[in-house]
Design a protein around this ligand. Sequence first.
Ligand SMILES: [Fe+2]
Length: 308
Amino acid sequence: MSDHHLAAAAAQVEAVLQGRGRSPMVRSFFDEPTNTASHVVYDPETLYAAVIDSVLDYDAASGRTSYESAQAIVDFVREHGLTVQWQLETHAHADHLSAAPWLQEQLGGELAIGAEITVVQDVFGKIFNAGTRFARDGSQFDRLFRDGDRFKTGNIEAIVLHVPGHTPADMAFVIGDVAFIGDTLFMPDYGTARADFPGGDARQLFRSIRRLLSLPRETRIFLCHDYKAPERDYYAWETSVGAERDANLHVHEGVSEEEFVKMRTERDATLSLPKLIMPSVQVNMRGGQLPEAEDNGVRYIKIPINRL
Ligand SMILES: [Fe+2]
């Protein structure tokens, strides 16, 4: 089943590359505090657009949210006269808060994520003791995608691929000849996403990455994060399937599943948790909504002690 969807994604990319389809335009926005790349992808003909992995600014020390990053997206969309059809999340992020609900108020668009978000809601709903009023059925989103689902950005065909491993719910969006791959691969000189969060799995991640790398070599890929690299002092978030196949530090051609799993597991054991994991997960499992206000009208972020 998955292979069938991958073949469809590959065929879609091939059709675009051979001039029978359309290439979307992409404008990316990089948030240095969380190392996150958000993307606005649009059909240059119809000016219909999707926003992918937006960021809500959050200052952990003061507990204050703000909208500078999201406002930059609003400004770009308005300046270019785009109509937003989708607010897409590649997964429930653990390192930044999503601005999708706020952007939806400003710009519209259906909020969508992978259907396995319900697994993530179940796991973190328990960890954060979110109570019975926290629905764990994905109902905070307008659409839950499954592997192989199709959608459109304007007249550009898109297909969704389930690429679990970093989290159970990770999705890649192949829109025309461009793939937005979330937390799977990073730049070739940096490697791959961690697989040690609750529900993560290094073996699954390797298989998901192999799927992505079987797309045509010319496929442009846009990442969710960049952290620079020992030999690179600038941020980068765009690469290609070919470049990743040839040179990805962790998964270039020739690396076996066993080698990858060993490397990934050992490396993950040395990583500390993302600074914003506590607020991020509590907000993102709710589709980017802040936790419900308590009886004094104030919303709170919880920190479970000795749990993560
Ligand atoms: Fe992530």
